[in-house]
Design a protein around this ligand. Structure first.
Ligand SMILES: *Cc1c(COP(=O)(O)O)cnc(C)c1O
Length: 437
């Protein structure tokens, strides 16, 4: 019985690898790491304890672990031009939570974006079980958002915050930029002086766009006013699942204490090693990768628009990031199309769009889908492939063509793209299941 389950799990893992090798992966928060990142990730580091900072560990046996972590820190600082890097947070949410604990107190107020306008659940209210509210007791209020611009409205946000301070005697303590539906750089430069004048701490959550920032193709948060920057290391940044905090030396002690012992005991040492490999590859290939990722997102958006689909952000050229947001509501809700596309091996996710809540839509049946170009870029796809992908998508959404026919075409199309690009080693197939038993 247990032997059967054991074999079954490995069988399912192999099936997953095969399925992804025959699919078009378009989830904006995902990526494919290089084989070298995977190798570091399966090392014995994954089973060890360290706790604390290199050289000040709680456990013995950290000789090589410490050396690796110091390399990871050095590469992180170089990649993002940061004075200080804490590479220990085990996820983006944990990085955010560490920043909340370091720089705010429960019951303080934080300004962020609501989810339909791109905010993340880790910036959310307690009522919605958002991390900031539920775990750290922050009260959340919102930036003003301009749907046409698909961005934070600077003047209206200033008015709102001024009203909070002057009329409600309720000054926010932190402003959180960044988000999960993130098409255009946020106007942090434009709000920085206003926020700092009111003693509002600025954090920039680059979970989605950290790979584009590392490749110098998006805004540069630390130069534009961010006092801290949090991120995930597995979205556009093609590393292992993990998080990170970047900041200035003057905030280092507060961040370090908040990460350990505040928000973790042990961190994930195999992930730290894999982060170093990913950062080294980004220093070498990151610019080319980020340039092509943004080009591909724009090409995909334009092709979908030409097919007649409603693509958000049209006024500003659809996107400046790796993301494309499509309003499918004319044809059906995003939840329905997520499933239809999946049947044809097009892996996307449904997306709440600005205005969905007012239109009575919810997370299960939102107004559209979100597409990301980072993983397909790493598989070697360029602008001409974006036209083909837009064609597959519109055959499903607009033409309602037979799904099996499209699936066969998708599998055929994928055969040209088997390796991971923008990496030191490109010998192994991207989704090959590597047996080490
Ligand atoms: C994905 C995401 C996170 C959370 O990252 P995890 O690494 O999954 O914990 C945080 N903030 C934003 C804006 C995100 O999109």
């Amino acid at each position: 019985m247990s032997r059967e389950k054991y074999d079954n799990v490995f069988g399912l893992l192999e099936k997953h690898h095969k399925w992804f090798s025959e699919s078009i992966p378009l989830i904006a928060s995902e990526n494919i790491p290089s084989p070298a990142v995977r190798e570091a990730f399966v090392s014995d580091f994954g089973n060890r304890y360290a706790e604390g900072w290199p050289g000040e560990r709680v456990y013995a046996g950290c000789t090589y672990i410490d050396e690796v972590e110091l390399i990871t820190i050095e590469l992180a600082k170089k990649l993002f031009n940061a004075e200080f890097a804490d590479v220990r947070p085990i996820s983006g949410v944990c990085a955010n939570l560490s920043v909340y604990s370091a720089f705010t107190n429960p019951n303080d107020k934080m300004i962020a974006l609501p989810i339909p306008s791109g905010g993340h659940i880790s910036h959310g209210k307690s009522d919605f079980s958002g991390t900031a509210g539920l775990v750290h007791g922050l009260r959340i209020d919102y930036f003003a958002f301009d749907r046409e611009e698909m961005n934070i409205d600077v003047d209206k946000s200033k008015q709102r915050i001024t009203k909070m301070i002057e009329e409600e005697n309720d000054k926010p303590n932190m402003a959180m930029f960044g988000g999960s539906l993130f098409l255009f750089p946020h106007p942090m430069k434009e709000l920085k002086d206003f926020l700092l004048d009111h003693d509002i701490f600025i954090c920039y959550d680059s979970a989605h766009v950290s790979g584009l920032i590392a490749g110098k193709q998006f805004q540069d948060p630390l130069r534009e006013g961010a006092q801290t920057m949090t991120l995930s290391t597995h979205k556009t940044l093609p590393g292992p699942q993990g998080g990170m905090i970047l900041s200035w030396n003057k905030y280092a002690d507060d961040i370090k204490k908040s990460v350990f012992p505040g928000n973790t005991s042990n961190h994930h040492l195999h992930s730290v090693a894999a982060k170093a490999i990913a950062f080294a590859e980004m220093l070498e290939f990151g610019k080319d990768y980020a340039v092509q990722t943004v080009k591909n997102a724009k090409a995909l958006a334009e092709s979908l628009n030409e097919k007649g689909l409603v693509v958000l952000g049209e006024k500003n050229g659809f996107t400046e990031s790796h993301q494309v947001a499509v309003d499918t509501s004319k044809y059906g809700d995003g939840g329905y199309f997520e499933k239809e596309l999946e049947k044809a091996n097009l892996i996307v996710n449904r997306q709440l769009l600005p205005g969905d809540k007012k239109a009575g839509r919810d997370y299960v049946h939102p107004g559209g889908i979100r597409l990301g170009s980072s993983e397909i870029t790493r598989l070697g796809m360029k602008e001409s492939e974006m036209i083909e992908i837009a064609n597959f998508i519109s055959r499903i959404i607009i033409d309602k063509e037979n799904i099996d026919t499209i699936k066969t075409d998708v599998i055929e199309f994928r055969k040209q793209f088997t390796k991971v690009h923008y990496a030191f080693e490109t010998l192994t197939d991207a989704y090959k299941y590597i047996k080490i038993r």
